[in-house]
Design a protein around this ligand. Sequence first.
Ligand SMILES: Nc1ncnc2c1ncn2[C@@H]1O[C@H](COP(=O)(O)OP(=O)(O)O)[C@@H](O)[C@H]1O
Ligand SMILES: O=C(O)C1=C[C@@H](OP(=O)(O)O)[C@@H](O)[C@H](O)C1
Ligand SMILES: [Mg+2]
Length: 163
Amino acid sequence: MLIGLMGAGKTTVGRRLAQRMRLPFVDADVEIETAAGMTITDIFERFGEPHFRDGERRVIARLIDGTPKVIATGGGAFLNEQTRRLILEHATAIWLDADPEILADRVKRRDTRPLLRGKDPKVVLTELARVRNPFYALAPIHIPSIAAPHEATVDAILKAIES
Ligand SMILES: Nc1ncnc2c1ncn2[C@@H]1O[C@H](COP(=O)(O)OP(=O)(O)O)[C@@H](O)[C@H]1O
Ligand SMILES: O=C(O)C1=C[C@@H](OP(=O)(O)O)[C@@H](O)[C@H](O)C1
Ligand SMILES: [Mg+2]
């Protein structure tokens, strides 16, 4: 289960990790969008963040309950106390970690993250790192999300899982 801030690479690295482990890959954000029949941006706009977090918790509970898989969470999932407990008790949490400056650069390409809309991503991500990193640090595995290739990050994760 990959956790960490927006742009850390949970989705992209998670997909490669799953291929290497020959496990199915699921992105919780995609599952939420499918279940709700609308985009994350629309869920935030129409129902607000608490409603999104509630759906996120239910989706992650369902995914954890199923067959073994690699799961990419959305960056805020681990901050919800119930979701965090589920993940820590029933999955292997892997924190993909990078500096806010690097993350800000990576998230510029897509405009699908409601928390960053119309704001300076570096400012938002610096504040989120301050608040969230102490929680992410509860994960048993901590991996720096270095610059490409993703394969190097996947190797580091596989090594950490083995030991
Ligand atoms: N280690 C990396 N080096 C360079 N670019 C990366 C790296 N990890 C992710 N990216 C890029 O950053 C963007 C955000 O990655 P994504 O996997 O969506 O992050 P997350 O799901 O954690 O928000 C994507 O365009 C991705 O290709
Ligand atoms: O950090 C967050 O609170 C969020 C991160 C997003 O996922 P990514 O971390 O995959 O961008 C998505 O779940 C939503 O926009 C909220
Ligand atoms: Mg993602």
